[in-house]
Design a protein around this ligand. Sequence first.
Ligand SMILES: [Mn+2]
Length: 279
Amino acid sequence: MPRVRSLFLSDIHLGTRACQAERLLDFLREYPAENVFLIGDIVDFWAMSRSIHWAPAHNTVIQKLLKRARHGERVMLIPGNHDEALRGYLDAAFGDIELAAEHVHETVDGRRFLLIHGDEFDQVVRHHRWVALLGDLAYDWLVVCGALLSRIRRHLGISGYWSLAGYAKRKVKTALQFILDFEECVIHAACQRGLDGVICGHIHSAALREVNGLMYGNCGDWVDSCSAIVEHADGRLEVVHWSAGQRSGNVAASDAQSDLLSDPPTDQEPSTRETTCVY
Ligand SMILES: [Mn+2]
């Protein structure tokens, strides 16, 4: 795999059971880079204050990132709300990892992007932190209750899988509007600074599209969707969705769930990831 120029990752949530650290390690192995931007919620201190799930793979992620920094890759950490404790140490560097509240990254083709986690534009998190914390806890409970409910359904002989958490999410009719408002807010921030776009995280929904004439990029997460944004050597940005069981040289199932906006890059092995959009 050729070296890419930059990796943009967010919402890894190390320290939680949901974190897909093994899959992230697979992904990192495939993508050596000049720059690695960690755009918030990398370590989930919020969840760890309730219960810690720190698997060996979580250590390996940290070790690999430190090693990459030591070997000359630029690794920058921009804290999010789940690792906001790190915002108190903004001038410090951990190992060779730089820490910043936000950063402006210029792609090789000259476009300037604001890198920011994005919770500062989430009105719920910003003004009603207790609601966000409660929501976090409530979602965990929905998942637990859902598992119990499917046991009961199985017991009663009702077939098919039904997700309580998914049902609750669908019922939240304002969820989509929330995402749209969030996009507008971060794009507005980039526009005000005269930049070409923004790459953020926080809402766990990977995206790369034009909004109001600027580029809106969201890294997605490594809890559910396992996605990242990659800047190729020519400055082209791409959302990579990393599927379970992907390995280099695994020449199976290259059926990209593509709503492809342009041809897939030819310098990459198409079997190792699915491409949703390329800009
Ligand atoms: Mn967040």
